[in-house]
Ligand binder design. Structure first.
Ligand SMILES: [Fe+2]
Ligand SMILES: [Fe+2]
Ligand SMILES: [Fe+2]
Ligand SMILES: [Fe+2]
Length: 384
């Protein structure tokens, strides 16, 4: 993408909080046309829905951990805006887009978002964490493409439109591990690069959204193999949420975490705005970006009042590069070729041959009666 301006978290052109509540009509913009939409516009809708749901979750958890009524009132106010934004973004998905079509798009997000974050991740360990799960979501796309062929007789190419390869990554049957092997080392906010902090927030929100989508739709199928495949892949998303949420600094205060969340929301909307090809959606991304700038200010005010901290010293005035959805075929192939045999042992990554004999004990339990991700590729001819 050419000539983007960097993201400025303290851009003064923001929307006052009192002007952020919208009517039911305003909250529910018309959906995109699934036949005409750019695949990466669809990806941005999925990503921003996940970002908003994560913001909503976070504000509820924070609220439940404070008895300060002034603070509770402010959290409730911000949260109402977040939930309205989430409605608007998720309601952009059209009614005629089937669950499996949306699922293919979720794994396209997971592939091309993760690749973009990994390419721009300055911390080598955080980059390894991203690359590790990148080729697992890439493999999910391949398995779900077979399910789409089975359920609808359609190619997943109708969704990904040639931008993302549909091919095997690290095989999904090998992705089931002991929970403790999904724990990762965490960063220290005092020394970490701001891009590392933002990447951890973005990818955790995206993987959490994917988990929630599979858990809230997988049971809706009458087909038994589809039911089991969603159960299997949803559990891998649970693993991914565990590894990604490990990375953020756990020693940050609630207010410091709130500041990072709001800056990250603004950064994501700004990235969408700058890269969006559909002018109607670009206008929504800009509108919500300017709301998030105000959330950053509001949390900054609370940080000043309650902890004597200056938010302007916590974040640089300009942040680059932006998040860009684009084709990453070459990069993904390279990671598949070099890291397919990598597995975690505790917080560290090892090649398969270096793992202790009992490493696969969990996998041998869950895979004992057959593995849906294997069965689907055996049952259905390779999708066109
Ligand atoms: Fe938001
Ligand atoms: Fe996935
Ligand atoms: Fe994932
Ligand atoms: Fe926000």
């Amino acid at each position: 993408m050419a000539m983007q301006q960097p993201f400025r978290p303290f851009d003064p052109n923001r929307t006052p909080l009192a002007q952020q509540f919208r009517t039911w009509t305003e909250q529910t913009p018309a959906p995109y046309d699934k036949a005409l939409v750019d695949p990466y516009t669809r990806c941005r809708v999925i990503l921003m829905n996940g970002i908003e749901n994560d913001s909503w979750f976070f504000l509820h958890h924070w609220y439940r951990h404070t008895g300060d009524e002034k603070l509770r009132a402010k959290i409730a106010e911000l949260r109402r805006v977040e939930t309205q934004q989430q409605t608007s973004v998720n309601w952009l998905n059209p009614a005629d887009q089937t669950v499996i079509e949306t699922t293919i798009a979720y794994e396209q997000v997971a592939t091309d978002l993760t690749a973009n974050l990994a390419k721009n991740e300055p911390d080598p360990y955080a980059k390894q964490v991203l690359d590790f799960a990148l080729i697992e979501d890439f493999d999910h796309l391949y398995r779900y493409a077979h399910l789409m062929q089975l359920l609808e007789g359609k190619s997943a190419e109708t969704i990904v439109k040639g931008q993302t390869d549909i091919a095997a990554g690290r095989p999904t049957p090998e992705e089931h591990r002991r929970p403790a092997d999904m724990v990762r080392r965490h960063i220290d906010n005092k020394t970490a690069d701001v891009k590392t902090k933002l990447n951890a927030q973005t990818i955790t929100a995206a993987e959490q959204q994917t988990y929630l989508f599979y858990k809230s739709h997988g049971f809706m199928y009458g087909n038994d193999l589809a039911r089991r495949l969603y159960a299997e892949i949803a559990e891998v998303e649970e693993e991914h949420v565990t590894q990604y949420e490990s990375v953020a600094d756990p020693k940050a205060t609630w207010l410091e975490m709130a500041a990072l969340k709001q800056v990250n929301e603004a950064y994501n909307y700004y990235s969408c705005w700058q890269t969006e090809t559909d002018p109607r959606l670009a206008a929504i991304w800009e509108q919500f970006y300017r709301m998030e700038l105000e959330h950053v200010q509001q949390v900054g005010q609370l940080l000043h009042e309650q902890e004597g901290k200056d938010i302007h010293t916590m974040f640089p005035a300009e942040i680059a590069p932006l998040i860009v959805f684009e084709s990453n075929k070459e990069y993904v192939r390279q990671i598949v070729n070099t890291q397919r045999n990598l597995q975690p042992l505790g917080t560290e990554f090892r090649s398969k041959e270096q793992l202790p004999a009992d490493w696969g004990s969990y996998r041998s339990i869950v895979n004992r009666e057959g593995v849906p991700s294997q069965q689907i590729v055996e049952m259905v001819p390779a999708p066109a």
